[in-house]
Design a protein around this ligand. Sequence first.
Ligand SMILES: Nc1ncnc2c1ncn2[C@@H]1O[C@H](COP(=O)(O)OP(=O)(O)OP(=O)(O)O)[C@@H](O)[C@H]1O
Ligand SMILES: Nc1ccn([C@@H]2O[C@H](COP(=O)(O)O)[C@@H](O)[C@H]2O)c(=O)n1
Length: 212
Amino acid sequence: MIIAVDGPAASGKGTIARALARHFNLPHLDTGLLYRAVAHTVRRLELDPTKEADAVAACDFDELTLADPGLRDDEVGQMASVVSAHPLVRAALLARQKRFAHQPGGAVLDGRDIGTVIAPDADAKLFVKATAPVRARRRHNELLSRGKAITYEQVLADIRDRDARDSHRSTAPLAQAADAAPLDTSNLSIEAAVERAISLVEGQARGKRGVA
Ligand SMILES: Nc1ncnc2c1ncn2[C@@H]1O[C@H](COP(=O)(O)OP(=O)(O)OP(=O)(O)O)[C@@H](O)[C@H]1O
Ligand SMILES: Nc1ccn([C@@H]2O[C@H](COP(=O)(O)O)[C@@H](O)[C@H]2O)c(=O)n1
C-alpha cells in the first residue's frame, strides 16, 4: 500500500506519516529532508540558493547529511523552500522518491507533491492542514525545546513566507490532490489526529479495493 501525506510546513504531516508507517508496518520517507539536505549543502559550500545551477550541484549531497540534526533548523527550512522551487532540483530528486514510493510492499511518504507528482497512484492520500498560528505555536514550542532562541512572531512570519513560496512556484506547487482526504489538525491532539488518519487511510484503501 502506498500512502501519500501532503501539507504545509509544521501541519503535523511528519508526525502522522511516521505513525501511519508504524501502524501499517511500512517504510517511511520524509521527502522534506531531501530538499533540506540540498539547502544545507548549498550553505556549506557557500553557493547561491537562488541560482538553479548552484542548487542542482548540491543535489549530489553526501548521504550522511540526511542524519545531520542541523537539517531541522528554521533557516534550513527557509532555504529548502528556495532551492525546491527550481525545476531542475525537483527533477534531480524525482527518481529517488518515486523508487521509494513504488518499492515492493509499499511505503508512506510525506511532503508537498506526493499525491500529485511522486505517487498520483497512491492507495491513500491525506492533505494535512492547520491554521498558520497553530502551526507556528507548535513549531515555536518545538524549537524552544531544542534550545533555539527565536520568537513566535518570527516563526509565524517564516511559516507564512514558506507557505507562499511553496504554493506559488511553477513546478509541483503545494496543492491538495483532487482525491486526497483533508485532515485539519488545528483542534486535534496528536493521538486524535493519528486515529483519524488511520481511519481515513483504511476507508480509502477499502474503497480502492472495491470493498463496501
Ligand atoms: N495534532 C497535534 N497537536 C499538537 N502538536 C502537534 C500535532 N501534530 C504535530 N504536532 C507538533 O507540531 C510540530 C510540527 O509537526 P511535524 O514536524 O509533524 O510537522 P510537519 O508538517 O512534518 O513539519 P515540516 O513541514 O516542517 O516537516 C511538532 O513539534 C509536532 O510534535
Ligand atoms: N515533497 C516536498 C517536500 C518538501 N519540499 C520543500 O522543502 C521544504 C522543507 O520541507 P519540510 O517538509 O521539511 O518542511 C518545504 O518548505 C518545501 O519547499 C518540497 O518542495 N516538496
